[in-house]
Write a protein that binds this ligand. Structure first.
Ligand code: NAD
Ligand code: WQD
Length: 344
């Protein structure tokens, strides 16, 4: 049994699908502050399997202990957290409270219940401004927002806890830019309000919910002047969690610590695409033009950011397989069949 915190969210639902398909039993623990239980019904529809879900908050240790005991979980995948960079600048305490305190309480509950495997959603944002590209795991860590710093603080806590108790098997997964949706079109990203991220915004323009995309700057030192990112299909990302989980379970069975501390891997493709590359690919996928205008640079944005994904291949046997066209096609399938997300 796997306990999935934040399992009703965007990446969590896709990971639940892959866990259920691989034969794991799943209990989701979520306070639904940024999701909707409907997403979990869709997971059950896709897989034809049942999952358990518990409404609870990661900052509440007793609720976590009850969930671990009730489910009999042997491992936790920890997605629960807040993720909006701009909001974290406005309200840093929300991020330190939800993300850092939520993870502390989870670790205490895991210690109390003897659960010793944790897979954690970190972010490539922990690297900050790149000194060199591609970004490998040994790049210095220097996040530039409270959100990013909350992720780095959690990483440091996990490293300290694992160092103090070698029976803990911990995976730190640094995601690049997750996009796309399950090919069924039944689950996908469902942002509340105006999307902060590129692909959900483009999707809402394509479906007619928004008039035009603002391209935040076309004077970066990149081939077409727009920002370059490493977009990764959410299904590839979900499969990365299974690979990490299997590696940690194998280490636990062998009673070894093969990763010299926490298993730490980038989950990215190693390929960068510009904003205009994404717009062009999306136009192909949806068969309509995506109107856009060039606007000033977004404060804090970086010109170019992409992963060295080699370590994930070496340590957990994972690599991304789905390309930008598959990312756009699946996003469009989800958006066009659920124009208002789970409220459709
Ligand atoms: P999401 O908001 O869709 O999912 C997060 C889920 O956690 C939601 O269902 C929310 O209701 C739940 N949650 C939040 N705080 C909680 C709490 N205190 N207790 C219980 N549940 C809580 O986000 P996502 O895109 O699926 O991201 C999942 C994780 O991956 C997050 O930790 C995020 O920081 C990280 N991440 C996301 C991205 C991205 O671009 N989506 C990139 C890198 C890392
Ligand atoms: C991508 C590119 C924008 C919107 C963020 C977080 C990061 C991680 C992933 C969680 C950039 C451009 C965007 C728009 C645009 N999340 N853009 N118009 O900023 O790379 O990463 O999400 O961990 O921490 O910072 O992703 O999708 O916002 O932007 O031109 O309306 O698209 O300038 O070049 P970003 P993004």
């Amino acid at each position: 049994m796997i306990l999935v915190t934040g399992g009703a969210g965007y990446i969590g639902t896709h990971t639940c699908v892959e866990l259920l398909n691989a034969g794991y039993a799943v209990t989701v623990f979520d306070n639904f502050c940024n999701s909707n239980p409907e997403s979990l019904k869709r997971v059950e529809r896709i897989t034809g399997k049942k999952l358990q879900w518990i409404r609870g908050d990661c900052r509440n240790r007793d609720e976590l202990i009850a969930a671990l005991k009730q489910s009999g979980a042997s491992a936790v995948i920890h997605f629960a957290g807040l993720k909006a960079v701009g909001e974290s600048v406005e309200h840093p305490l929300w991020y330190y409270d939800n993300n850092v305190i939520g993870t502390l309480r989870l670790l205490e509950a895991m210690q109390e219940c003897g659960v010793r495997i944790l897979v954690f959603s970190s972010s490539a944002t922990v690297y900050g401004d790149p000194h060199r590209l591609p970004l490998a795991e040994d790049h210095p860590l220097s996040p530039t927002s409270p959100y990013g710093r909350s992720k780095l603080m959690i990483e440091e806590i996990l490293r300290d806890v694992q160092h103090s108790d070698q029976s803990f098997q911990m995976g730190i997964l640094r995601y690049f830019n997750p996009v796309g949706a399950h090919p069924s079109g039944l689950i996908g990203e469902d942002p509340q309000g105006i999307p902060n991220n590129l692909m959900p915004f483009v999707a809402q323009v394509a479906v007619g919910r928004r008039e035009a995309l603002n391209v935040w700057g076309n004077d970066y030192p990149t081939p077409d002047g727009t920002g370059v990112r490493d977009y990764i299909h959410v299904v590839d990302l979900a499969l990365g969690h299974l690979k990490a989980l299997e590696a940690l379970q194998a280490a636990q069975r062998a009673q070894t610590s093969p990763f010299s501390g926490c298993l730490t891997v980038n989950l990215g493709t190693g390929r960068g695409y510009s904003v205009l590359d994404v717009v062009n690919a999306y136009e192909q996928a949806c068969g309509r033009p995506i109107p856009y205008q060039v606007a000033p640079r977004r404060p804090g944005d970086i010109a170019c950011f992409y992963a060295d994904p080699q370590q994930a291949k070496t340590l957990i046997g994972w690599q991304a397989n789905l390309d930008l066209n598959a990312m756009c096609a699946s996003s469009w399938h989800w958006q066009s069949t659920n124009p208002n997300g789970y409220h459709t």
